[in-house]
Write a protein that binds this ligand. Structure first.
Ligand code: SF4
Length: 473
């Protein structure tokens, strides 16, 4: 299939929308009308005196679908782009015979986008389904008091540990096998400590106060007890007297021990994540996770004994070899354990994932059913949705949703998703996000992606962080 763009700049948005209908399809992109041969989709903008004409012509499997729309000349570019997206959507809907749950919305943060629109605009202009709009509206309501509680001049601290015991087949994160990285792991921890010290100095200087802390990965518990303690000690560079939430994403159950959980608790963390992804052992094997559901349950019970206030558990809908019944059984088992938070992801197949190249073989088509089941079941069990985000190439165009028992919603997850608070981030691949809530201005400073780059170009990292001064002063 060739997607052709003639005389407009809406390529990025149209390509993303197209891929939402056909995630695994090989797509050739072109700006040459001569490529309109075989299966193609030609999108074109033409201007005439007093107006612009937008058109979409889709030719696929010998069938042809044509849509066009004329707009006044003064129509803003953004609105033209939306109109073109609607035309493409309608052509693809006619061809495939199905709608997308999020309509023409393609971005990561649909709740944020929809919060600025009326229901009618969301349904009519963006073609969002009633069901997804209802979830977005519910989340907006839940987030309201959390948003209002953000202290002035506060920030969240993110610490990136991009190492895992082995790589899961669906993983597209910048995570590295800890064995592979072992030679430079100590150096990495030392540099990260230095970066934390620099950020602590900058934040004190600017009068910024740490509000939440999040150790994410990768798998932070891949570190030894001694290494974890050393990193936690570096937090003392910051003023920790106003911390409202401290999370450590323990993640893979095969790395979790009582000693590590105790060290995490003693450092002041009140929230940990123990991530099963599925409670079906054969699916775990198929996705390359070297642990069993029994280990997950044991890790959860140990975390309970250690006494964390909030335990989160992640599940993924649409995993290879999984099916609806197995997913529902996993969710029921996790609900039975009664963690305070449950996060339900939809499988996202990105190029960086091994699975993308091996062919997913996943339960695509069933994912929507799984997500709907999760929403219903979790409501019955007393959980409410409190944050939501989308990724590219997700099975059945579904989303990732964090659920919580009321009063246990993660502040960090809410603030990062809705871009409401500055995040100062340390470690390889970590992204600092500076947020000016008064003006809505946002600036990102991203650290080098790979640990070896982070180490070899560490001075760049420190230098880049100086931009924090110019943003706030
Ligand atoms: S545990 Fe998470 S970050 Fe690590 S390889 Fe698996 S999916 Fe990737």
């Amino acid at each position: 299939m060739t997607l052709i763009f003639i005389d407009h700049k809406f390529q990025y948005e149209l390509e993303r929308l197209f891929r939402n209908f056909f995630p695994p399809m090989e797509l050739k992109l072109s700006t040459d009308r001569a490529d309109a041969q075989g299966d193609f989709c030609l999108t074109e903008k033409s201007e005439f005196s007093g107006g612009v004409n937008l058109s979409v012509e889709l030719v696929c499997d010998g069938k042809r679908y044509s849509m066009n729309r004329t707009l006044p000349a003064e129509t803003p570019d953004k609105e033209q782009e939306r109109e073109m997206s609607v035309l493409l959507y309608k052509a693809l809907r006619e061809y495939t015979g199905h709608d997308l749950p999020w309509g023409i919305l393609t971005g990561v943060r649909p709740v944020k986008v929809l919060s600025k629109l009326t229901d009618e605009q969301a349904l009519q202009s963006l073609l969002v389904s009633q069901r997804k709009l209802a979830v977005a509206r519910r989340i907006e309501q839940v987030q309201k008091p959390l948003v209002e509680s953000i202290p002035a001049n506060s920030f969240s601290l993110y610490v990136s540990i991009p190492f895992c015991p082995t790589r899961c087949s669906y993983c597209s994160f910048v995570s590295h096998s800890v064995d592979h990285a072992a030679a430079r792991l100590e150096e990495y921890l030392a540099k990260m400590t230095e970066e934390m010290k620099q950020l602590a100095t900058i934040s004190r200087h600017l009068g910024l106060i740490p509000d939440t802390i999040y150790f994410g990965g990768g798998t932070p518990t891949v570190l030894s007890v001694e290494q974890l303690k050393r990193l936690f000690a570096a937090l003392e560079y910051f003023d920790l007297s106003h911390i409202r939430e401290f999370t450590v994403e323990a993640g893979r159950p095969d790395t979790i021990t009582a000693e590590k959980l105790l060290a995490i608790k003693q450092a002041g963390a009140g929230r940990v994540s123990v991530n099963p992804q599925t409670m079906n052992d054969s699916v775990l094997k198929a996705i390359g996770r070297a642990h069993t559901s029994e280990q997950t349950e044991q890790a959860f019970l140990t975390a309970r004994e250690v006494g964390f206030d909030v335990i989160n558990m992640d599940l993924i809908a649409g995993l290879p070899t999984d099916d609806f019944d197995s997913f529902a059984a996993s969710l029921d088992t996790v609900c039975g354990l009664s963690p305070e938070n449950i996060t339900v992801h939809s499988l996202a197949l990105k190029r960086a994932a091994r699975l993308f190249h091996e062919g997913a073989g996943s339960a695509v088509g069933e994912t929507e059913r799984m997500i709907d089941y999760a929403h219903k079941k979790l409501a019955e069990c007393g959980y409410i949705p409190y944050y939501l985000y989308r990724q590219k190439n997700t099975a059945d165009n579904q989303e990732n949703t964090g659920y919580a028992r009321p009063g246990t919603e993660s502040l960090y997850n809410t603030y990062i998703m809705e871009e409401l608070q500055t995040i100062l981030a340390v470690g390889a691949g970590a992204s600092t996000k500076l947020v000016d809530r008064a003006t809505g201005r946002i600036q990102r400073i991203t650290n080098h992606k790979y640990p070896y780059e982070y180490l070899d170009r560490f001075n760049d990292i420190l230098e880049n962080k100086r931009q924090i001064f110019s943003f706030f002063v």
